[in-house]
Design a protein around this ligand. Structure first.
Ligand code: C5P
Length: 312
């Protein structure tokens, strides 16, 4: 906690994520899909500064290239919802001002909004001295959204249920990724809806949807061995077909990345961010430069990195 101008504040940093494996099962009665995913937190961060205040308020800024259109600054914002939920759950009677600085693409399929919410929970817990346990914070995180618990936890993890039931996965070494971001985001519910439509239309082709999806053991082996080639061969994202139906232009970019030397390319989560796995940091730098020359906005990141943590 710092005491600049005598107003206490806490800064928390939380990472964006890539789903290196995402198997989507059937639509449940609650509107969510049963899924099995392997998450990897990557070195693209959201910073949230929580400052003591009487009411609840929010400001949002973005790094170069992060388009803030579509980020609500009222109580529809997930970080503000997180602060309100924590106050409600603990009986805290004051407020907070949240200052969010975004690096993760907005509506990009990398869990930026979820990272904001995880960071806000942790920051307010420290600022207000509400001292919730990890389990209590996890429970509130899961109420805010399916990806929020992972943003708290970070590293590498397997998610089941809605993606919010987490088990840590052993991971060694580092994986280098090149991300290609899009100017326009896509809506996650729309992508899931498109997948349902696609499955309805192509029932015969895809066969019955797995009732209980599970993460392929090859992915877990690859993560445990720190083996990028093995991981490249086992990447899977069931949402990709739906995202590409909504954004057909991305297919050519996926091909370009793979033709330019990526081990493999995949849509990140519900997209439209694309993630290309590379053999080394040098290789990733080269690929990123090539993609930029071809007119695409690209970033080099690595994973796994820790989850939300207090940095000042
Ligand atoms: O939990 P979150 O707010 O991130 O989810 C956004 C939307 O994505 C949900 O309302 C739902 O339409 C869809 N979703 C889903 N199944 C999941 C996770 C998300 O259908 N497991």
């Amino acid at each position: 906690m710092t005491f600049a101008e005598e107003i206490p504040s806490v800064r928390v940093r939380a990472p964006g994520k890539i789903n290196v494996y995402l198997e989507v099962g059937a639509l449940q009665d609650d509107g969510y899909h049963e899924l099995a995913t392997a998450f990897q937190a990557v070195s693209l961060y959201e910073d949230v500064v929580a400052t003591m205040a009487d009411t609840f308020s929010l400001t949002v800024t973005g790094a170069d290239g992060v388009d803030l259109d579509g980020v609500p600054t009222d109580d529809r914002n997930l970080a503000l919802k997180a602060a309100l939920l924590l106050a409600d759950a603990t009986g805290y009677e004051g407020g907070v001002h949240l200052d969010i600085h975004k690096q993760v693409p907005v509506a990009g399929g990398m869990g930026g909004g979820s990272a904001d919410a995880a960071a806000a929970l942790l920051a307010c817990d420290a600022l207000w001295d509400t001292r919730l346990t990890h389990q209590e914070l996890h429970r509130l995180a899961a109420q805010l959204g399916a990806d929020v618990p992972f943003a708290l936890k970070g590293g590498t993890a397997v998610g089941t249920g809605r993606g919010d039931v987490l088990n840590p996965a052993l991971a060694r070494g580092r994986f280098d990724w090149v991300l290609v971001t899009s100017e326009e985001g896509v809506s996650t519910p729309k992508v899931y809806g498109e997948l349902d439509l696609h499955r309805e239309r192509h029932k015969v082709d895809i066969g019955p949807v797995a009732q209980t999806p599970s993460v392929d053991v090859e992915v877990l082996h690859a993560l445990r061995a720190g083996d990028a080639d093995m991981l490249a061969a086992s990447l899977r994202n069931d949402l990709q077909v739906a995202t590409l139906r909504l954004r057909p232009d991305l297919a050519a970019v996926l091909e370009l990345g793979e033709a330019s030397g990526a081990l493999a390319g995949i849509v990140s989560g519900s997209g439209p961010t694309l993630a290309f796995l590379c053999a080394s940091p040098e290789h990733a730098l080269e690929l990123s430069t090539d993609l930029q020359r071809a007119g695409h906005a690209s970033l080099h990141v690595h994973g796994p990195v820790p989850g939300a943590r207090i940095v000042g």
